[in-house]
Design a protein around this ligand. Sequence first.
Ligand code: PEP
Ligand code: MG
Length: 886
Amino acid sequence: TQSVYTFGGNADHSDPRQKDKTITGGKGANLAEMAGIGLPVPPGFTITTEECVRYLAEGADFSADLRAEVAAALAHIEKAVGKSFGDAADPLLVSVRSGARVSMPGMMDTVLNLGLNSETVEGLASASGDDRFAWDSYRRFIQMYSDVVLGLDHGLFEEALEIAKEDNGYFADTEMTADDWRKVVAEYTKIVEREQGKPFPQDVNEQLWGAIAAVFDSWDSDRAKVYRRLNGIPGDWGTAVNVQAMVFGNMGETSATGVAFTRDPSTGENAYYGEFLVNAQGEDVVAGIRTPQYLTKAAREKAGAQSPSMEEIMPEAYGELARVFDLLETHYKDMQDIEFTVQQGKLWMLQTRSGKRTAKAALRMAVDMVDEGLIDEKTAILRVDPMALDQLLHPTLDPDAPRNVLSKIGLPASPGAASGQIVLDSDKAEKLAEHGIAVILVRVETSPEDIHGMHAARGILTARGGMTSHAAVVARGMGRACVSGASDVSIRLADRTLRIGTTELKEGDIITLDGSTGEVMLGEVPTIEPELAGDFGILMEWADKHRRMKVRTNAETPADCRTARGFGAEGIGLCRTEHMFFDADRILHVRAMILADDEAGRRAALQNLLPAQRADFTEIFQTMAGLPCTIRLLDPPLHEFLPQGDAEFADLADKLGVGEDHLRRRAGELHEFNPMLGHRGCRLGITFPEIYEMQARAIFEAACDVTAEGGDPVVPEVMIPLVATKRELEILRKLVDEVAAQVFAEKGRTLDYLVGTMIELPRAALMAGEIAEEATFFSFGTNDLTQTTLGVSRDDAARFLAPYVEKGIYARDPFVSLDVDGVGQLVSLAVERGRATRPEIKLGICGEHGGDPASIAFCEETGLDYVSASPYRVPIARLAAAQAAL
Ligand code: PEP
Ligand code: MG
């Protein structure tokens, strides 16, 4: 098969493999696509991801076939441009860039200006008539190539440049003359020779193959691996390599380079958005060394900026860019993120891809594009990443709360509010976050080496960099609040202090960021609940129209129930009654019950618990107003409720009026070696039926009372946990039925109710056909089902699961995303067998997986009736369920 595809010039773009991102990567596929629709793309070629995979597997070797294909493709560029690679009179220069299937911003390597050496630089100088440009390009090339391909410390080159500027008394790079750059090049070549013991490669083909190898190798760099792990990207995809004729944004005042979005990636507003720099090369924009200028006059005026916009100083190139924006949106039917260069007045497109956006922007764009007739509702639903909604569901700063603003000159780089301790480096941020401490990472600027720290932090503050700086792009992707380019932040790493505005601070001080305004505040500022109307409401309505499965919530407090209903929950899928046992007014009775010596003692204590449980259920039924409520009877092993420390034991002995020794002996008797497989779940109900009796009574009394108040009748769903056999359920169902009959007789009314079970043990899944004879519903408890199927303790998994995922043993943490291949089989089997016995059986899932989009897709396929998720995940589940149904 073909390994190299040419684009631009008179290339043929008809092979479907060339437009397939899995083959040519995102960048390569889109370059071909753009060239195909007639946009100005510098000619080039793409080496496939398949070659990368082969190269990495076969030990860094290139085949003769590949070399021949590359030579032919290079000839295509030479012909299109009318220059030859390595030509001493007028050389062709190329860029070499990575391009994986999905974009991994800043993760992999790029080399620009390749093809320069001590001869061709003279050719470039005379052909362009610009000595300074030629020598500046050469020094950039040496610096990048040495860093990326030769693996030399880039600090050495930066230092040499700083010294050169200082010697000349310059402030900015722009003051350097051709001669100054020539001297820097001489200095750089000396550094290379000294550091690697041989001269900088002069053979342009050697340069090219070195760069190709470096891009392939960068797929397996540490930072790329971290990025892949955080984003669930498989390690076996590989990256493509794009080799493209250079166009120069640094050829004087009529040249420029920029990055842009066809709509505002922060707010979603339908307005061109971007930044550019006159007389600069691409990396200058992203590196945040110079402050970029706005694209449009309107944006410049809105920001109150002085330096003119592209629209004002390059009206023609800007007009062309606007035309390209419109073509791109009509073609891709999505917001595009592009890179462009203007070389002496002519616009060139270097990249387009569907742009990363905040959740807020994603919603607005999806809704707007339906209004504009660009896409339909279904496409809009599929456009929004359910997990991204998380960003919107969390609180923002209370506008009425007093705030002590330290700085307001930073950019609103990624929305949301975040408070935490100031931390000045990423390793420390990660460490503190592991201990549950909220941190704000404060850096001069961030680089790909900071990914783990950014991930660990609640928010990121940088002193340098624009809206498209590394910090801004990555924070938006991760959903972290970010304020970038706050130039009144100065950091002194030596004594780990900093100044923000005029205030002196130190590491560990608390600050608050508002990523939506760019403000930095001292201390913690209170927050308010998000507004869920507007675009959010519209998209959710569409999602509800297109989904089949119901979405319930896991909730046990009236407050959680209210939150979940506000988010659109259609019932409770799991009320864990044990959570109610910990409240201050009842834990003593719970402990008295556990420590009682006999049934009479337990019954006496349970009698004291009954009113509290009844009150809980009453409030929950009232809040849920007739929606279905699944209430699970007590599940955890009893010793979980016992006191921990000595002081607490003494206190309890005192309160219960028994000796401490006696208490300790009872507690010792309750000790278990493996509590997760011990005396818990329905085993408690079998051995201490009085506990389940009390709980059933509280449920039915509350249901009768709330129904008696008028309104929708309550239909309680009583759920028995950890069932393994039909007989267990038979015994406990009879118990529940008896209590129901008693309560109905006492209250003089009857209610419909269901008794069902959780399927959370492999045996239960296998025996589901038989168990369904006793159950009117199944709820898959996939937390325990995962734990018992994999033989992995959910409480101890953290220690070894990360390396397991890194090594690809599990694609994702199986407690987060359902192990569809293994645990999924048990679920499917139980669904099939349960339905065979009882076709109308109600089926749902209440493990954490009920809020995970990939697992929700599996539930849809398997034909479950509902998923149940924690309150803040309910909107995620609604959207994911709709996507799964489409
Ligand atoms: C489960 O096991 O999936 C479940 C929902 O129950 P719990 O997490 O309370 O054990
Ligand atoms: Mg469970």
